[in-house]
Design a protein around this ligand. Structure first.
Ligand code: PLP
Length: 365
């Protein structure tokens, strides 16, 4: 199998989805599986569904379309508001969109009307992280406008924390969102069926002891895929961290000095590290670069360390010389995963492991 590649253990994805669905069910919270870090991979989506996920979401219309084309029929939500000219494709491939601007609601209404559809609007509320969301003071007016707009329904409200500013989702924000949902329900007689409290960064709150209130949904990507809590990047207990592995081949492995020589200017990606001589080392290059992954997000094999990276070369220090063509295996973080999955240079290899036993004939594509 050619490398570089990204290996995806679908069993680990299924396991993580199953554990999270189970744990959150005890708190009356449903799970929307978020597929965007895998480019809307239908196989990953199916693994999430085998784990008990009943609805999916992605930030990209192209990914939702790919999953629809692959025959996936569960309800799908568009996580990022579509630009007005994308409204037609949005209503065609998803049941609902997360929106915070009434101009987008209008565009979705027109698009849904043309196709004789009713499109769901999940109104996003700004609770302090300063990414998407309408200010709290404007929520009720917006809800009223949406409830009176043809071809759309107010399908729910939601919020998103942590992604831009690292604001920690907690009891304050969740109670505020709950209260808004309740008020909208009583004021306009429009129930907001979905109250979506946030992303994987909400897990510590959701699995803690605070009241859940009206929150009945979380949108989970990173925790299902990598088994990590994005606030701390620590493993979530009971989840697997080995679903994704980036594999790349050695193309040079030589004994070299640690300090460069010659007059020095800028390197390909800015200021190079200060040269500090440690004598000679084994320097190994693998055919993997910034066009393939985010090198800063890779964990190398034990005993090896990443020294530098450029567009196409990852330079490592290894304990000994490695044969050209031998493969090294790296664990990607969210950023490296996202880049690898969206790079045309990194094909996927899908694996279904029976607890530690490699599948005889892994699916390939
Ligand atoms: C990406 C995204 C998510 C999922 O985030 P994770 O941290 O991967 O769980 C949820 N909601 C929105 C709006 C997103 O863009």
């Amino acid at each position: 199998m050619i490398s570089p590649r990204i290996e995806i253990d679908l069993t680990a994805v299924e396991h993580n989805a199953h554990e999270l669905v189970k744990a959150l069910k005890r708190r009356n919270i449903g799970v929307t599986g978020v597929t965007k870090a895998t480019l809307g991979s239908p196989e990953v989506a199916h693994a999430m569904m085998r784990g008990g996920v009943k609805r999916l979401a992605d930030s990209r219309i192209e990914n939702l379309e790919a999953m629809r084309d692959a025959g996936i029929r569960v309800p799908m939500t568009l996580l990022r508001a579509p630009a007005p000219e994308w409204a037609d494709r949005a209503v065609a491939c998803s049941q609902a969109s997360m929106v915070s601007d009434l101009g987008i609601v209008t565009a979705l209404s027109v698009a849904a009307g043309k196709r004789a559809l009713i499109h769901g609007i999940i109104l996003m509320v700004e609770l302090g992280d300063l990414r998407e969301g309408i200010m709290v003071a404007d929520v009720l007016d917006a809800a009223r406008v949406i409830s009176r707009t043809r071809h759309v329904v107010l399908a729910g409200i939601g919020t998103n924390l942590a992604c831009r500013s690292g604001v920690v989702p907690g009891d304050d924000q969740m109670q505020e969102l709950s209260a808004l949902a309740t008020t909208i329900g009583s004021k306009f007689g429009v129930p907001t069926p979905l109250v979506s409290g946030g992303n994987s960064a909400n897990l510590a709150w959701a699995l803690g002891k605070d009241r859940v209130g009206a929150i009945n949904d979380l949108r989970l990507g990173e925790s299902i895929l990598l088994g990590l809590d994005p606030l701390t990047r620590k493993p979530v207990p009971g989840l697997r961290q080995d679903a994704f592995t980036v594999v790349a081949p050695v193309i040079e492995s030589l004994v070299k000095p640690t300090a460069p020589w010659g007059l020095r200017g800028q390197a390909a990606f800015g200021k190079p590290d200060a040269a500090r001589s440690r004598g000679t080392i084994v320097q190994t290059i693998v055919a993997l670069g910034r066009q393939d992954v985010d090198p800063d997000g890779l964990t190398p094999p034990v005993g090896m360390s990443i020294l530098a990276s450029s567009s196409d070369h990852l330079v490592l220090e290894t304990p000994g010389r490695l044969a050209a063509g031998s493969e090294l295996r790296f664990t990607p973080d969210y950023s490296a995963l996202l880049r690898a999955m969206t790079s045309p240079f990194v094909p996927e290899r899908l694996l279904t492991m029976a607890v530690g036993v490699p599948d005889k004939e892994p699916a390939t594509r």
